[in-house]
Design a protein around this ligand. Sequence first.
Ligand SMILES: [Mn+2]
Length: 381
Amino acid sequence: MAIRALVLSDSHLGFDLPARPRIRRRRRCHDFLANYRSALRPAVSGEVDLVVHAGDVFHLPRVSRELVYEAFEPLKRIAGAGIPVFVVPGNHERSKIPHAHLAGHPGVHLFDAPRTFQLTVRGTRLAVSGFPYQRRDVRSRFPTLFEATELGSLDYDVAILCMHHCVEGATVGPADYTFRDAPDVVACADVPPGLAAVVSGHVHRHQVLTTDMSGRPLAAPVLYPGSIERTAFAELGEPKGYILLELAADAGRSGGRVLSWRFESLSTRPMIERALRVDGLGALALERMIRDAVSEAPVDSVLRLRLHGRIDADARPALSATRLRALAPPDMNLDVILVDEPRPRRRLSRRTARRAPRTLDDPQGELALGPPKPRDRYPRA
Ligand SMILES: [Mn+2]
């Protein structure tokens, strides 16, 4: 009988959730929490046999105890109902779940180090292996990390590997950037035999890899559920959701196999990016242009306006955080990028990057928590 797994990743809880907000506006943190709860619904209602969270539970390594409690409360409830939960610490939590004692439950298993958890599900011996995100050189270290899970020395019918890494051939971004042979990318040839599947977070676009770059089949499929909401405009247009997976033992294949998988999509905020030419516009004309763009977007959208051209000094006040806030409906997240300005002054937006300078006429200095600058080469995975 098939084993049913729910796999989600990159919930980025705490995205746009400042500890002490100075300004009241719609925060995107609620979008992430809502989709997190929706993604777990099939587990809460007992439709699956296990749950894997493949990393980046949180958006930042330092989060409040309240948020950790909020994240793990449904996982502990699911585990308490007899459905084991497995969690991979990702790069955003720096390979370690914060306040991990709040995650403590005999049915919630953390990959705090390379290891394998063994259990029997419907008479099938299941091995769930995994390791936390490796910051340095996962490409050369992968074989050693996998060996350290000790899966190779165990008896099992079905095995899966849980991790938080790019695998060669995975794609992201508007230009379909493809991960190839960088030190932070796992080589296809290293995907080991003896597994039904690899499930991974980190890549925010949902995808399933079954072959290497030259079309040869992988030893096991690599499944990415992708992030549960869009963390960046690079994810614009991508469906967001989670994966339901059916696994079974197979006499002819060590580690069993994937019987079926299904991507379940979640509802997301409309995300829109628009380019506007603003050369030589006065304050009034600029404000009208922004107002028109705002009124054409759905009231609950995440809207980014990319302004091209030189902006005159007397038009600049129209771009202040206060003015922009006043223009946007309360449920909209509006962001303005000055494309032709030098970098440090580009982002004058409502969602200001953490270390960015204060916005023009915002005396209190809105310093909302933007996404951290990840060390990863490409993009905010
Ligand atoms: Mn991520």
